[in-house]
Every structure is written in structure tokens, then in C-alpha cells.
Design a protein around this ligand. Structure first.
Ligand SMILES: Nc1nc2c(c(=O)[nH]1)N[C@H]1C(S)=C(S)[C@@H](COP(=O)(O)O)O[C@H]1N2
Ligand SMILES: [Mo]
Length: 522
């Protein structure tokens, strides 16, 4: 590879980097979404649900930074390819940056908060900065480069050793400028609103004090607490960056098949009579024994009250929840009206909703998996027909109706543990959506036994905090030396048993009993 070509590649890289940096800076200044995030969003939305699930499994919540880094790297790889091409045919550079701009605009305007004008300004500024850098620096490093107007305006380096040295100065300045623009845009120009300050300014009046004091549950080291602290509550969403919503301008719109569509401000929502309820929220993707489930005291306004004011029309058989980030859910209208504590939640365990969990408001519907109900960063509730619309995960192949099924999990002992013989607690949690838990049983089987007859032992349950709360359970076991499989099963409060057939989460929830193998030594 000759040195001219190497320099041309470097120029391409620098031009691409500068375009990205300027895009970040311009987006931050104009309050638009970052182009990198917008493009990554397009990738997420067009990725099959199964692949997203795999990514979440493999990378956890790190799947988002991973995607952003990938989009950035792909852009930075295209740059060096572009340099030498554009040196030979200037048209290629123009087309490449025009395409970059067009792609950026198309991706950015998918964000409902970004207008076409703002998206165009951001993309145009970035494309022009990239293109001018490309042409000016290429002119400096390419023998017999076509005359570039910018190169004649600026005191750009000529050819020869002195020229090369001056080129390096320009190159370093461009790299520095790109980095400075990106960092300033990304980290220094924060959101205009201080969402944390808004959260802290909210004071909830205690209701009847019923749930304010944390109640003691079953105290076995390692068992999930009765109420999951906010900081430990699982988080699942498709958002690349958590929406930071200005509660002072936020509106909740009630639309569709209603007699009186209307809007609520956050202050109006807070002024409506609140309820509090302990509700277990679960993710349909939770594996048997997994931790994508949590139990919190939710505070909010009954969804029924919000709908009553609008007047639901007959035939409006589906409630669609829309989030500011474009995510949607859909569930049957009757779950808002059948007496369960379906709510537009504003509080979680005594504090305003954490930003990660949907500030300023979200839906919480007892008995339904999160993907069909629990819209975070809620912006609109639309009434429609059940057949008329399929929400985000339904389009991606998951079941349209998704009640939370009965599940139970062993927290103590842990899989693979070796323990000393004696009296040992076996403990965990069990939940059944809005059906409540009636009983939990444990079976301990010696792995050497040839024909193991199950011996299901009833567990002691913690108090039921509500009909929609999980319950802790515990069994005391006189453990003798050996290798054992412990399994658990639950029955809901209606006497219906947990499904025992092993199946992974695919289109709907995983089924089967949670089992752990342990070894007991003398
Ligand atoms: N806006 C938005 N809300 C959302 C989601 C999402 O991707 N975006 N994911 C849903 C899913 S799949 C689940 S399981 C719950 C998880 O809520 P949590 O993160 O507060 O635990 O949020 C639901 N609400
Ligand atoms: Mo979920």
C-alpha cells in the first residue's frame, strides 16, 4: 500500500469522525435525538424479536451500548474505504455524504419529538462538515487532485515534506474537533430539564399507611425480599437511551373510540384520587427460575377513572398504550374495568417512578405480562377494536393475550451448592398474576434413587400482601449426606396447579418446575 493511499484512508476516517461529532453536537444543541441512536433504533425495530431476546440474554442491559458502539464503528470503517474512492472520483464523496445525511434524517424523524426541519439541520450540518473535510484534506494529500474551492480559500498544506507536516497538523485538529464535538454534544449539553429535581419535588401524601412501612416477610438469607427495592427491580425495554421526560410539559392523551377525548397534565394526574397496591410485575421472557420478575407497591390513578372521564364507546375492545419512545402495548379493555387495580402509576415503593421504570407515568396492569401492558414513559391511551391493531411485540410474533401464569422459584439453596448436613431452609417466591398464590409444595429427591416417588411437602407461606402480590415460601429440610434435586410447584388461590411441562419462553411464557441440584456433605 502506498503512502498516498494510506493518507487518503486516514482522511476518509477523519471526515467520517467529524461528521459524527458534528451530528452529536448539532443534535444536542437543537434538542434532537442523536443520529447514532436514531440509526440504532431503526436496527432494533427491524431486528426479529428472537434476535433481540438473544441479545438481551447475552449482553443484558449492555445490549444498548453495544449497538451504539457498533453503529459508530461501522461508520468509521466506511470512512477509510471512502477516502481513496473519493480521491479518484469526487462524486463518490458527495453521494456518500448525501446518503449519510438522508439516512440520518429518515432515522431521526421516526422520533416523534424530532421535526423534519430539525432532523434536516442536524444531518445537513454533519454531511457538509464531513464533505468539506474530505475534499479539503484529500486535495492536500492527493497528487494532481482536482482543484477544491475550499483548498484554495484556506491556507491548506501544499505538497512535499512541509506540506505533509502541515497536513498532519490539520488531521490532528480535525480528529480533536470531532472528538470535542461528540463529547460536548453527548455529555456536556445535558437535557434541558433536570428530571431528578422534578422527581424530588414530588411529595406523595401517605394513603392509609398500609404499605408505607415495609412488612417483614420470611427472613432466610438469600430469599428475594417481599418487596423488591427499586434499585434491584429488573429492567426490560427497547429504549437505547432512557427517555428523560419533562413532566411540566408532558401530557397523557386519551384518544380513539371514546366520546370525549382529552389530555391530562402531570399536575392534573397527581391531583386525581390515588390508590396503592402491591403488584407483581413479570417479563414473559423470564426463564424458569429467572429474575425478570419483581414485586412493588405501585401508586397511581385507577385506569377505570381515567377512562370513565372519556366515555368508552361500545365495541372498543382493546386498550393501546403508547410510549414517548414509540413502544406500544395492547390488552383487552375489560381488564381496566373488571375490578382489578389496573392503574396509570406515578409511584413505586413510596417514591416517584424512577426514570428507568417509566417517569413520569406508566401503566401497571395486574395479571398481564409487561410486554402487553406495562407501558413505561406513557404518552397516550387509545381505545380501539381488539382486531384493529397489533402492538410492538405482537408484530414480532408473541401472543396477543398474555396473562401471567403461575410460577414458583427456589432462591435458597442455590443451584450447585454444597452444604453441610442438618436442618436447612429451602425457600423462594411464587406468583400467579392476579389470581394469588394458594399453596406451594417442595419435592426433594435423592439423585441416586432409582424409582423416586415424589413426596410433595407443603411450604409455609408469607402473608398475602394483596391478591396480586407474590408470596415467599419456606420449607425446613432435614438434609442428610447425598446428592439431591429440589423442585418446587405452586397452586394459585383458585386451586389451579402450576403447569409442569418444561418449555422455554417462545411466543409466550416458559413453563415447568424450577429445579436445583445440591450436594449435602456429612
Ligand atoms: N416504553 C416501554 N415500556 C415498556 C417496555 C419497553 O420496551 N418500552 N417493555 C415492557 C416489558 S417487555 C416489560 S417486562 C416491562 C418491564 O418493566 P420494568 O423495566 O419497569 O421492570 O416494561 C414494559 N414496558
Ligand atoms: Mo418483558
Amino acid at each position: 500500500m502506498n503512502s498516498t493511499r494510506t493518507l487518503q484512508m486516514l482522511v476518509g476516517l477523519l471526515a467520517a469522525a467529524l461528521a459524527l461529532g458534528v451530528a452529536e453536537l448539532a443534535a444536542a444543541l437543537l434538542g434532537a435525538t442523536s443520529l447514532v441512536i436514531a440509526v440504532a433504533d431503526v436496527v432494533v425495530d427491524n431486528t426479529p424479536g428472537a434476535v433481540i431476546k438473544q441479545a438481551i440474554d447475552a449482553l443484558g442491559t449492555n445490549d444498548k451500548p453495544f449497538l451504539l458502539v457498533t453503529v459508530t464503528l461501522v461508520t468509521l470503517v466506511i470512512g477509510p474505504l471512502l477516502g481513496p474512492l473519493a480521491a479518484r472520483r469526487p462524486r463518490v464523496g458527495q453521494i456518500a455524504f448525501a446518503a449519510f445525511g438522508a439516512l440520518g434524517i429518515a432515522a431521526a424523524i421516526r422520533d416523534p419529538a424530532t421535526s423534519l426541519l430539525v432532523a434536516s439541520l442536524v444531518a445537513t450540518a454533519a454531511s457538509i462538515a464531513g464533505l468539506l473535510t474530505l475534499r479539503a484534506l484529500l486535495a492536500a494529500v492527493t497528487p494532481e487532485a482536482p482543484a477544491c474551492p475550499v483548498a484554495t480559500l484556506l491556507p491548506l498544506p501544499g505538497r512535499g515534506v512541509a506540506g505533509r507536516r502541515r497536513f498532519l497538523t490539520y488531521a490532528a485538529a480535525t480528529a480533536g474537533g470531532a472528538a470535542a464535538a461528540a463529547v460536548t454534544g453527548r455529555f456536556l449539553i445535558g437535557p434541558a430539564v433536570d428530571v431528578e429535581a422534578q422527581r424530588q419535588a414530588i411529595v406523595f401524601s401517605p394513603l392509609d399507611g398500609k404499605f408505607i412501612s415495609t412488612r417483614a416477610g420470611i427472613e432466610v438469607p438469600g430469599i428475594a425480599p417481599l418487596i423488591t427495592p427499586n434499585k434491584d427491580f429488573y429492567r426490560i425495554d427497547t429504549a437505547l437511551t432512557v427517555p428523560r421526560i419533562d413532566a411540566s410539559t408532558w401530557r397523557l392523551r386519551i384518544t380513539g373510540m371514546v366520546d370525549r377525548p382529552y389530555e391530562l397534565t402531570f399536575a392534573e394526574l397527581l391531583a386525581m384520587p390515588p390508590i396503592e397496591e402491591v403488584i407483581t410485575l413479570a417479563c414473559v421472557s423470564n426463564e424458569v427460575g429467572g429474575d425478570l420478575v419483581g414485586n412493588a407497591v405501585w401508586r397511581g390513578v385507577p385506569l377505570a377513572d381515567i377512562l370513565k372521564r372519556a366515555g368508552v364507546q361500545s365495541g372498543a375492545s382493546q386498550i393501546v398504550g403508547r410510549a414517548t419512545d414509540g413502544f406500544t402495548v395492547g390488552f383487552p379493555t375489560h381488564v381496566a374495568l373488571d375490578g382489578r387495580t389496573s392503574m396509570v402509576a406515578v409511584g413505586m415503593n413510596g417514591e416517584p417512578l424512577p426514570v428507568d421504570h417509566g417517569f413520569p407515568a406508566r401503566l401497571v396492569i395486574p395479571g398481564l405480562y409487561g410486554y402487553v401492558s406495562a407501558t413505561k414513559w406513557l404518552s397516550e391511551i387509545e381505545l380501539t377494536r381488539f382486531e384493529a391493531y397489533d402492538a410492538y411485540w405482537i408484530e414480532r410474533g408473541w401472543d396477543k393475550e398474555s396473562p401471567i401464569i403461575t410460577q414458583s422459584r427456589i432462591d435458597v439453596p442455590q443451584r450447585g451448592q454444597t452444604l453441610t448436613a442438618g436442618r436447612l431452609p429451602i425457600a423462594g417466591v411464587a406468583w400467579a398474576g392476579d389470581k394469588g398464590i394458594g399453596a406451594v409444595e417442595v419435592n426433594v429427591r435423592a439423585r441416586a434413587a432409582r424409582d423416586p416417588k415424589p413426596n410433595w411437602i407443603p411450604a409455609r407461606l408469607s402473608e398475602a400482601l394483596s391478591g396480586t402480590s407474590w408470596r415467599q415460601w419456606v420449607v425446613e429440610w432435614d438434609a442428610e449426606p447425598g446428592a439431591y434435586t429440589i423442585e418446587v410447584r405452586a397452586t394459585n388461590a383458585r386451586g389451579e396447579p402450576q403447569i409442569g411441562i418444561d418449555a422455554p419462553p417462545l411466543r409466550n411464557a416458559a413453563t415447568g418446575y424450577h429445579r436445583v441440584n445440591v450436594t449435602i456433605r456429612a
